[in-house]
Design a protein around this ligand. Structure first.
Ligand SMILES: *Cc1c(COP(=O)(O)O)cnc(C)c1O
Length: 381
């Protein structure tokens, strides 16, 4: 029987060659390829500074740390995301506050953000769900009015555009984070990045990535210890990425536009097939954005679990993105309860993510389409 995953990477011979070259070189851990990768991604996104780290989660942690999120500080985010978007707040001792989503894009709703702002609010972490950019202009205006920091979680959105600026340009935010996990647009195996136009935040994160340690003469408190000397000035972590991972990232980056275009083609094919069918709602793309389509989440009216199981029986690796974060047992144990974000909860009860990845064959796309149509027609009979 066929098995189609919901997502998978695309690694070519030139990716492998790029990694092998570094394995044969003198550098394994953080070296020249890290810097080159940072520069290329920053260039692509149209932003001044980039710091590569060993995961998107580390990037979120670093961004919260640089925002000085501390004990009792509140950070507003969406429940329709991967747990890391909220966990990074807990890492810093802060409290994630969930604001409900818009029904059409499933992105965090600026009006709901306003309702959740208190005197303790420090930052907002909007997530560009499925690759569709959030309403950044509105969110940034709200942040400015309330002196809040905006950290875009763009783990889904490398290659996306908002009002003709690339996501990652930080035009309407203080920082943007990316993930290079295997299912994301480009991969380094595991990896992530923080992008910013703010030099101070940049410097803070460079140190945070390596234990809060600096050797930079200009930054040292004691300048006369000797050339062996370094200082640990913050409590950082080892969040470094390796040189061979960044060699892979550089090679993958060359194919990013191709990957995004292929994703957009597949989505167009899905949309055409499903539009007009009863009992299925397809994801939308607003006119002022270009989505990079990390995933293709649809909503089924009726027995979601049943439809999900039938698709899995046909060998289609469907998934659900996401269980509202505060439904997770750990969050429940912190006191979060059902009903905080009714729209997110309603979406979750109908959500199924269909397979989407650049390497998907026409045969597989058609097989998914036929299977979905079949199940929906079968349900009518
Ligand atoms: C993948 C992902 C992350 C975390 O990235 P990792 O590289 O897996 O640590 C954060 N936020 C969202 C929305 C993600 O999808």
């Amino acid at each position: 029987m066929k098995t189609i995953p919901y997502a998978t990477q695309w690694i070519d011979a030139d990716d492998i060659k790029a990694v092998l070259e570094i394995l044969k070189s003198d550098w394994l851990t953080q070296g020249p390829k890290v810097k080159e990768f940072e520069e290329r991604v920053a260039n692509y996104c149209g932003v001044k500074y980039a710091i590569a780290l060993n995961s998107g989660t580390s990037a979120l942690h670093a961004a919260c740390f640089a925002s000085k999120v501390g004990l009792q500080d509140e950070v507003i985010t969406t429940p329709i995301t991967f747990a890391a978007s909220a966990n990074c707040v807990l890492y810093c001792g802060g409290k994630p506050v969930f604001a409900d989503v818009q029904e059409d894009t499933l992105n965090i709703d600026p009006e709901e953000i306003k309702k959740k702002i208190t005197s303790k609010t420090k930052a907002i972490i909007p997530v560009h769900f499925a690759g569709h950019p959030c309403d950044l202009e509105k969110i940034y205006a709200i942040a400015k009015d309330n002196k809040l920091i905006v950290i875009e979680d763009a783990a889904h959105a490398l290659g996306a555009e908002y009002k003709s600026a690339r996501i990652g340009s930080c035009t309407y935010s203080d920082m943007t984070i990316l993930s290079f996990h295997a299912v994301k647009h480009i991969t380094t195996g595991e990896g992530g990045m923080v992008l910013t136009n703010n030099e101070e935040l940049f410097k803070k994160i460079v140190m945070f990535r390596t234990h809060g340690i600096t050797k930079d003469q200009a930054l040292l408190e004691n300048k006369d210890e000797g050339c062996w000397y370094y200082e640990m000035q913050d409590l950082g972590f080892n969040y470094r990425i390796t040189d061979f991972q960044c060699a892979l990232g550089l090679s993958q980056l060359k194919k990013l536009d191709l990957f995004v275009n292929r994703r957009r083609e597949i989505v167009a094919q899905y949309n055409q097939a499903f539009n007009g069918l009863a009992n299925i709602t397809v994801p939308i793309e607003k006119s002022d954005v270009k989505s990079s389509w990390h995933i293709y989440p649809v909503r089924f009216k009726g027995e979601r679990k049943n439809i999900f199981n039938k698709l899995r029986e046909k060998g289609i690796g469907v998934n659900v993105h996401y269980l509202p974060v505060y439904f997770q047992p750990y969050y429940r144990s912190l006191g979060y309860q059902t009903g905080i974000c009714p729209k997110a909860e309603a979406y979750y009860s109908q959500a199924v993510t269909l397979p989407l990845y650049p390497k998907m064959s026409y045969e597989d796309i058609n097989y998914v389409i036929e299977s979905v149509v079949d199940i929906l027609e079968g349900a009518k009979r």
